[in-house]
Write a protein that binds this ligand. Structure first.
Ligand SMILES: Nc1nc2c(ncn2[C@@H]2O[C@H](COP(=O)(O)OP(=O)(O)OP(=O)(O)O)[C@@H](O)[C@H]2O)c(=O)[nH]1
Ligand SMILES: [Mg+2]
Length: 378
């Protein structure tokens, strides 16, 4: 997209996000809705997204069109969007490069855009695979032809995942259509009943794989007509649901993934006898193999998270406790929310700002895990 975003106080750390999804899955609508939500001050989130003025105008124009019930035209190529993640109006804590892709091209692996996409996939820090909620609804209703969802829509996407080792998140769009009739547990069951989907998720060693339900417009905004057309319900305003969550998951899980990779290396490093290395906690393993500072230096992640900061300690906690019970998670959410609010007040420098953004992301991820206990696939 056009223009360059302001460079002032930019930390040289860019997350490359590649979005993959079949045509009509809701990729571009989700992007416009996510930007709208995250570009406005919001007491629940400690950071905002900023882009070039040209991109801001374009994304706002798209969102306004959606509000009026005029859905967006299909995307016809790759479009790259750059966002700065800003804390307290002045601290740029990181940059995000977000690649929105024309779903139609994903069905044509011999095309030039598909080959270009593979290069982007190789360089990606995280892959967002967009699953069309409307198609999932048809699949659950056993509608004729709905099995195309796996065999036609997703097959090239699954194949393209083999070019990358980056974490994968599955985002279920149009949750407003599914939610009245189906729980995430049922949807997950339906996905895992497919052998290809099961194999793709099972092969994500060391990666955190999530299923994230989102709606760009929220409950009751649109209704699917018998002819398949999605029509706005008159007088309804959009209330986007969970659109900020995939980004929060990206930021936290990408770190978690790097951390897990490094832990796996330590376990095999022979510094500690292997029978011991397999049994002891991560923290003890890190201590016995050179200490936290040395360990963190070895992880290619955000430079301001490498400093033994509180947020980093919390991130370690986060990764270790990912499978704990809902009751414990509820207590943690409250605690994290408090810390998140306090951290915003206490910001004095860029490192504090990174801590604050990290806490905000962890809060959102924990909330997702609490509200949707089926969101973890690995
Ligand atoms: N009910 C509902 N419908 C949605 C939502 N998001 C998208 N849609 C519908 O899905 C259609 C396609 O959305 P797009 O965002 O253009 O899909 P895309 O994945 O970008 O498609 P391509 O650009 O062709 O790859 C829209 O025209 C809407 O009809 C949502 O959150 N809820
Ligand atoms: Mg599109």
């Amino acid at each position: 997209m056009s223009g360059t975003i302001e460079q002032k106080s930019l930390v040289p750390y860019t997350y490359k996000v590649v979005v993959l999804g079949p045509p009509n899955a809701g990729k571009t609508t989700f992007l416009a809705s996510m930007f709208r939500k995250l570009s406005m001050p919001n007491p629940d989130i400690n950071f905002t997204l900023r882009t070039t003025f040209e991109n801001q105008e374009e994304l706002n124009r798209r969102y306004d069109s959606i509000i009026k019930g005029k859905w967006l035209p299909g995307t016809d190529n790759i479009s790259e969007w750059e966002f700065n993640c800003i804390v307290r109006a002045s601290y740029t804590v990181l940059q995000i490069s977000y690649l929105d892709y024309a779903g139609g091209k994903l069905l044509e692996p011999s095309s030039i855009p598909y080959k270009m996409l593979v290069e982007h996939i190789r360089a990606a820090d995280v892959l967002l695979v967009i699953l069309d909620g409307e198609k999932l609804f048809d699949l659950l209703q056993e509608k004729q032809g709905s099995e195309d969802f796996f065999d036609r829509d997703l097959i090239n996407i699954f194949q393209s995942l083999s070019y990358s080792n980056a974490p994968i998140h599955f985002v279920i769009t149009k949750w407003d259509i599914l939610e009245p009739d189906y729980s995430l547990k049922t949807v997950k069951g339906c996905l895992l009943a497919n052998k290809d989907f099961r194999n793709v998720t099972a092969s994500q060693k060391n990666r955190i794989v999530r299923l994230i339900p989102v709606s760009a417009v929220g409950k009751g905004f649109a209704k699917r007509q018998p002819n398949g057309k999605m029509e706005k319900v008159s007088g309804k305003s959009p209330e986007p649901f969970n659109v900020e969550v995939p980004l929060a998951c990206i930021l936290v899980d990408q770190f978690a993934y790097r951390l897990k990779q490094q832990i796996a290396k330590l376990r095999e490093s022979q510094t500690v006898p292997s029978f011991l290395a397999r049994r002891i906690s991560w923290r003890l393993l890190i201590m016995l193999t050179g200490g936290t500072a040395q360990f963190l230096q070895s992880i290619p992640t955000h430079p301001y998270l490498i400093g033994g900061t509180i947020a980093l300690d919390r991130l370690l906690d986060f990764v270790e406790r990912i499978h704990e019970s809902a009751g414990k998670k509820r207590r943690r959410i409250k605690q994290m929310r408090k810390e998140q609010e306090q951290s915003l007040e206490a910001i004095e420098n860029l490192q504090d700002a990174v801590d604050s953004a990290a806490k905000s992301c962890m809060h959102l991820v924990w909330k997702l895990e609490y509200e949707f206990s089926d969101s973890l696939l690995s």
